[in-house]
Ligand binder design. Structure first.
Ligand SMILES: C[S@@+](CC[C@H](N)C(=O)[O-])C[C@H]1O[C@@H](n2cnc3c(N)ncnc32)[C@H](O)[C@@H]1O
Length: 266
């Protein structure tokens, strides 16, 4: 039905059907890549401004860093590297770093930041990471990235495959309570795509991500044969209080992010 001859289509109907299939393939490929365009648009903003944003600098990063083991001499994957803040931090602390992100613009920014000191790869965590070998890493760090993926089973199995025995995965995500309350959702147990507007230095950007209940965070981790070692719901730091006193009060009552350290079984 979709036959295409070298010199054109067999008939108009076949041509229309062919185009419909192409559109569907393109759309389904893009559907998995949630917020790809937004992150491409925000790459320079991340590079220039996000390093010092209080939510990152004084809330997310202290908690994530407190969960990391000593990385000196370790092979570390930064999965969802954005403009490379963690990539640089890991290099500065003696790690052998591979960084990946699905946004080509973010990849450019990370390369700008770290040059050739890390391997920086454009890749989608929704897809098999078959360019990475079994047991290639001692540590995987994935900060504020996994909530852009609908299905966590494949990525958790891939993380397990590429980690050394007893290797560590540290990740942070939006806290399920925060998204449920802030977006005034009706069904806590649903996994659903939410849309938010973020202010940037030169306007706003629409960002979409998945909210899911807590058990849908924990099950894929355990199904992939990880053992949960630590869970953090941190208080904001004193530096955060100085920078954003009004948000500090809110964060002491309502968590924004959730942090895990999990270890490969065996
Ligand atoms: C909030 S930013 C991460 C921030 C970064 N880890 C940091 O703290 O500096 C989320 C990143 O995840 C990337 N990302 C989202 N979905 C992805 C996917 N499916 N595969 C790979 N990267 C993805 C985005 O391009 C973006 O750079």
């Amino acid at each position: 039905m979709y036959c295409r001859r070298r010199d054109g289509f067999l008939n108009r109907q076949a041509e229309k059907a062919y185009i419909r299939v192409l559109v569907l393939i393109k759309r389904s490929g893009k559907m998995g890549k949630i917020s790809l365009d937004s992150y491409n648009n925000m790459a320079e903003y991340y590079f220039k401004f996000v390093d010092s944003k209080p939510f990152n600098a004084y809330y997310e990063r202290p908690a994530t860093l407190s969960l990391l083991p000593d990385v000196a001499g370790k092979r570390v994957l930064d999965a969802g590297c954005a403009a490379g803040w963690y990539t640089k931090w890991l290099l500065d602390h003696g790690a052998d770093v591979t960084a990946l992100d699905f946004s080509p613009k973010m990849i450019e920014m990370t390369k700008l930041r770290v040059g050739s000191n890390a391997k920086v790869i454009e890749a989608d965590l929704n897809e098999p990471l078959d360019f990475l070998k079994d047991e290639q890493f001692d540590v995987i760090l994935s900060s504020l990235t996994l909530h852009y993926l609908k299905n966590w089973e494949p990525v958790m199995h891939e993380f397990n495959r590429i980690l050394e025995k007893s290797g560590t995965l540290v990740f942070s995500v939006h806290h399920p309570f925060m998204d449920f309350a802030y977006f005034n959702r009706e069904n806590y147990f649903a996994t659903e795509l939410l849309t938010d507007e973020w202010k940037t230095h030169d306007g706003t950007e629409t960002v979409r991500f998945y909210r899911r209940p807590l058990h849908k965070i924990i099950s894929p981790v355990r199904n992939a044969d990880f053992i949960i070692d630590e869970v953090l719901e941190p208080m904001p730091t004193e530096k955060f209080k100085k920078a954003r006193p009004e948000a500090y009060d809110r964060l002491t009552k309502k968590p924004q992010f959730l942090f895990f350290r999990v270890v490969k079984n065996g």
